[in-house]
Design a protein around this ligand. Structure first.
Ligand SMILES: O=C(O)[C@H](O)[C@H](O)COP(=O)(O)O
Length: 331
């Protein structure tokens, strides 16, 4: 069996080798000629999986060590018998930590307390649910929007326009698909309070960057249209900017690798089910008060320093991701 794996997936080297020939390549360099005789791909967001890459190959399984899957043409894969598995929820606590760092920064620099703020959460899956849960304990009034969940579960979520209208802070946690691409554009921004802040840690294409610039709204961005070639005018306008590292916690990465290995193990019958990287301790979730968050988050994740680095060297967007020191999850 031959597996092509992204060389930037941590904790993976040596794990699959007893059962497979594993070839490691940078994600953006995984090419049709490498893939042709592979049985499985273990990838990240940097490998576009479509007919161009996969056509004529013998690939039967793609495991992506990410929660997002917009880099995979899932319809083409389904039509050609290729199973696609994601690492759903793997880095939700890492993104929660990013959101906590942003909220603590905004509270300090804008001089407010959560009790007086309405937080709109768009997309209430693994990440949005956690953000909602913690933000409520921190004292925010939280309004949620998730049309697919609302249709299924009737959980009292509101339409996007209504959440946007009431929000002081609007944070996006949706997957990128045809229903969410550019869901935040001119019409939505026009409904928002002039002092509202947009947070995006989902996918850059969920927010229309040109419309965001036109709106004059403040924003904090982790994800960008056309990464890594990000819009410098938008970058200059952000209150904080990070290079798509919101989910880059040590545990998030370990979870992603473990889930991908588990996927391969189950599919090919390898005795690796339940494996977890021995170098990484799984996170031990706990509640954290707003006061504790505000006094500890800077030591765990200096988002302001990260933002200064990106603003100073936007051309290093991808190297900053490649050499990122994964943060520890502590709540
Ligand atoms: O989809 C995800 O899981 C996140 O966007 C993740 O942070 C992307 O990770 P990468 O492809 O850089 O490993």
């Amino acid at each position: 069996m031959k597996i092509i794996a992204d060389s930037a997936i941590p904790f993976l080297q040596g794990v699959l080798e007893p059962w497979a020939e594993v070839r490691y390549l940078p994600g953006s360099e995984i090419a049709p000629e490498e893939v042709r005789d592979a049985d499985a791909l273990l990838i990240r967001t940097r490998t576009r999986c479509d007919e161009r890459l996969l056509g004529g190959s013998r690939v039967r399984l793609i495991a992506t060590a990410t929660i997002g899957f917009d880099h995979i043409d899932t319809a083409w894969c389904a039509a050609h018998g290729i199973r696609v598995c994601t690492a759903a929820g793997c880095n939700a606590r890492g993104v929660l930590q990013w959101a906590g760092a942003v909220l603590a920064h905004l509270a300090r620099t804008q001089g407010w307390q959560p009790a007086g703020r309405t937080l709109g959460v768009v997309g209430v899956g693994h990440v949005g649910s956690l953000v909602k849960e913690y933000a409520e304990t921190w004292g925010f009034r939280v309004l949620c929007c998730d049309p697919p969940r609302e249709a299924r579960e009737h959980c009292g979520f509101l339409p996007l326009e209504e959440v946007a209208r009431q929000a002081d802070i609007l944070t996006f946690h949706t997957p990128l698909d045809d229903t969410t691409r550019r869901m935040a554009g001119d019409a939505l921004f026009a409904r928002m309070k002039p002092g509202a802040v947009i947070l995006n840690s989902s996918r850059g294409e969920v927010v229309d960057g040109a419309a965001l610039l036109r709106s004059g709204l403040a924003c904090v961005l982790d994800v960008w249209e056309h990464e890594p070639a990000i819009d410098r005018r938008l970058l200059a306008r952000t209150l904080l900017a990070t290079p798509h590292i919101a989910g880059y916690s040590e545990q998030g990465k370990a979870n992603a690798t473990a889930m991908s290995v588990d996927t391969l193990a189950r599919f090919f019958g390898l005795p690796l089910a339940g494996w977890y990287p021995p170098q990484a301790a799984p996170s031990t979730p706990r509640p954290i008060s707003w006061q504790e968050l505000c006094t500890t988050i800077g030591g765990a994740f200096d988002i302001e320093a990260q933002s200064r680095s990106l603003k100073a060297r936007p051309e290093d967007f991808e190297p900053m991701r490649d050499h990122y020191r994964y943060r520890r999850e502590y709540f």
